[in-house]
Design a binder for this molecule. Structure first.
Ligand SMILES: C[S@@+](CC[C@H](N)C(=O)[O-])C[C@H]1O[C@@H](n2cnc3c(N)ncnc32)[C@H](O)[C@@H]1O
Length: 247
């Protein structure tokens, strides 16, 4: 049995407790994170991430930031798409960043430990920002969107892949139930602890539904450029652009 003994639902109500919970939860899950992701997604995860990369515009030498980069998948794909670009992967959890650094064979990719609400990046400097299963983990979603807006150049793109929460309450309950069951099962198999991946359904509960999320993007100074539904609408890719004229 793992030593991780926190229950997600008791820790997601404030920014500080969610940050602490995530640090502890992702430190525990890091060593088997890649396997867990494949298992949780029935092997679809890398195709979804590839689709995220395909939706990004062609650019010569962009500065790209991948927030909540985990073990580095998206950062490495960004390096392939933009061989002359500069890629920075950032994550709160040291254990994740260490694995990403170990996997890294690209000259143009570096990693850094930092919170997505406080990026160590200059204002108006980023051409492309990505986040896969990222902003759902934000300690404070509005603060994370403000920070993303701060670092992006005006008119620059951010692209996100994440679970998508339906507006319909019955569909929401079905989604929570399925994810709770499958997440707990994976937690039990991989960590002898159902709480480890039980977090997914708990975090979706406190995440805005798809329409509210689009509104939040707009309220935070972004134009929603594209939305693409995956896996019967369970996940979504969202492309947003920082409105020009916003510093
Ligand atoms: C589900 S994993 C996604 C990892 C990776 N993006 C991927 O798609 O495989 C979520 C990641 O968010 C990170 N995380 C959680 N809270 C964070 C925060 N406040 N700031 C930055 N990263 C955070 C975790 O450490 C973890 O690596």
């Amino acid at each position: 049995m793992s030593s991780f003994n926190l229950k997600a639902k008791d820790h997601l109500s404030t920014a500080d407790s969610k940050r602490r919970f995530n640090l502890s939860h992702f430190t525990e899950s890091a060593p088997r994170y890649d396997l867990a992701t494949r298992m949780l997604s029935f092997g679809r995860d890398s195709a979804w991430k590839q689709r995220l990369i395909e939706t990004l515009p062609s650019m010569e030498q962009p500065f790209c930031v991948d927030i909540a980069c985990g073990t580095g998948d998206v950062a490495f794909s960004l390096a392939e798409k933009y061989p002359k670009g500069t890629i920075l992967g950032t994550d709160l959890t040291e254990a994740m960043v260490k694995i990403a650094e170990k996997r890294n064979t690209a000259d143009n990719v570096t990693f850094e430990i930092c919170d997505m609400c406080n990026l160590n990046v200059s204002s108006d400097s980023v051409d492309v920002l990505t986040g896969s299963y990222a902003i759902r983990n934000a300690p404070d979603l509005r603060a994370a969107l403000d920070e993303i807006k701060r670092v992006l150049k005006p008119g620059a793109i951010a692209a996100f892949l994440d679970f998508s929460k339906p507006e319909n309450k019955t569909m929401q309950k079905i989604q929570y139930g399925l994810l709770k069951f499958w997440g707990s099962f994976c937690g039990l198999v991989l960590h002898a602890n159902p709480e480890v991946h039980g977090y997914i359904s708990a975090s979706i509960r406190s995440f805005p539904d798809r329409e509210r999320l689009q509104e939040l993007f707009r309220e935070s100074g972004f134009e929603v450029v594209k939305r693409e539904s995956l896996y019967l609408g369970m996940l979504e890719i969202t492309l947003v652009r920082k409105r020009a004229g916003l510093g």
